[in-house]
Design a protein around this ligand. Structure first.
Ligand SMILES: Nc1ncnc2c1ncn2[C@@H]1O[C@H](COP(=O)(O)OP(=O)(O)OP(=O)(O)O)[C@@H](O)[C@H]1O
Length: 361
């Protein structure tokens, strides 16, 4: 657990970067600090590993005042990942990751063995270990940065805009990877970003900062979207927050109905209704529009591309999107293997959303 108690940082030129911060980061969670540029996120983060010391107030890590711990000692228990990975350019990927174990006195072969395990853990093929950082993509470099920070197996991980230098698709992949790793490793992670979408996607709790280093709201993402504390937070979480908050409501309340199916490569009779074409594993292949006549076996060329799919038990946002993006108006539900289990309409989904709203008062 990390606890900020009335922490203020005033730099020598008088700038107040962090103003009387009270906040508890629970152990084993990902907590995100988010806010516009210059609102004190990085300063707050760097005070945890004593790269910056507070002007007043106290920071406790696992109940211990960090000012009572020697900084190098403190940092052994705190991994640090920064934007663009900050790798050593003249060391191979493997040696970058092995750096901390080597510094802790491990033999070269043991440190490299550990580094190889870590590369695997973050999803990088072993052969990349021989390359130099410049020979990797941005996303791969970020993974190496995470592996390096995990090398000493620290209970706490500080991540400062670690994914902001990569494109949105790679970024989403890295976020998923972090969530997967966290499920396995159970670290206490503080993650800084200025991207609210990233914050609500990966944070169990999100701290929104405003200018002047003031904490504007500290809440679970669903609360932040549903009940922003004030106009600043409402504006900062941005447009579509009502729709985005549906990501945190599961779709189990939506009753999945039957959907007419036809089999690809089999003969089909004409019909006046939309039918979903599936393959022999019941995976959806596309929609057959009403009145389409097919001469002989059904081929995929006559099918209309399907909309998005949603998995039963996932978010209601996915169910609504599936219905809205489907040419038939029927959102297709699939099981974990991707086989069709049925379909829902947008009206059905909205009725459930409306019911939830009313029951919340
Ligand atoms: N060494 C310093 N001396 C004086 N002022 C500083 C120093 N470091 C940071 N600041 C100021 O403190 C404030 C908070 O900076 P900080 O880097 O913590 O913000 P941030 O929220 O992380 O911003 P960004 O998203 O742009 O990285 C800013 O006004 C910044 O200019």
């Amino acid at each position: 657990m990390i606890e900020f108690r009335a922490v203020t940082k005033r730099f020598d030129d008088g700038t107040i970067a962090v103003n009387n911060l009270d906040l508890v980061v629970e152990a084993g969670t990902i907590t995100v600090f988010v806010g516009p540029s210059g609102c004190g996120k990085t300063t707050s983060l760097r005070m945890v590993n004593r790269m910056i010391d507070p002007s007043s107030g106290t920071i406790l890590v696992d109940g211990k005042d960090i000012l009572s711990v020697d900084p190098p000692m403190l940092r052994r228990g705190i991994g640090y990942v920064i934007q663009q990975a900050g790798l050593f350019p003249h060391r191979t990927v493997l040696d970058n990751v092995a750096t901390v174990p080597l510094l802790s006195g491990w033999s070269r072969s043991k440190a490299r063995g550990r580094a190889a395990e870590l590369l695997e853990l973050v999803g990088l093929p072993a052969e990349l270990g021989k390359r130099y950082p410049v020979q990797l993509s941005g996303g791969q470099q970020q993974r190496v940065g995470v592996a390096r920070a995990l090398a000493a197996d620290p209970p706490v991980l500080l991540m400062d805009e670690p994914f902001s230098a990569v494109d949105p698709v790679v970024r989403e992949g890295l976020q998923d990877e972090l969530l997967r790793l966290q499920a396995e490793l159970d670290k206490t992670i503080v993650f800084v970003t200025h991207d609210i979408d990233e914050a609500v996607r990966i944070g169990e709790k999100v701290a929104v900062f405003r200018e002047g280093g003031i904490l504007a709201q500290y809440d679970r993402p669903a609360e932040l979207l549903a009940r922003p504390a004030d106009d600043f937070v409402a504006h900062f979480v941005g447009k579509d927050r009502g729709y985005r908050s549906l990501s945190f409501v599961d779709a189990s309340g939506v009753e999945v109905g039957a959907v007419p199916l036809v089999q690809v490569s089999e003969a089909v009779e004409p019909s006046g209704e939309w039918r979903l074409a599936v393959d022999d594993r019941r995976h959806p292949r596309g929609w057959l529009a009403p009145g389409t006549t097919v001469d002989g076996p059904l081929v995929e060329d006559v099918l209309k591309p399907g909309g998005s799919l949603f998995e039963v038990g996932q978010s209601i946002r996915g169910a609504l999107d599936a219905a809205l993006s489907s040419p038939s108006g029927l959102g297709v539900a699939v099981d974990a293997e991707g086989a069709v289990v049925g379909a829902v309409t947008a009206t059905q989904v909205l009725a459930v959303i409306e019911g939830l709203r009313e029951s919340r008062g």
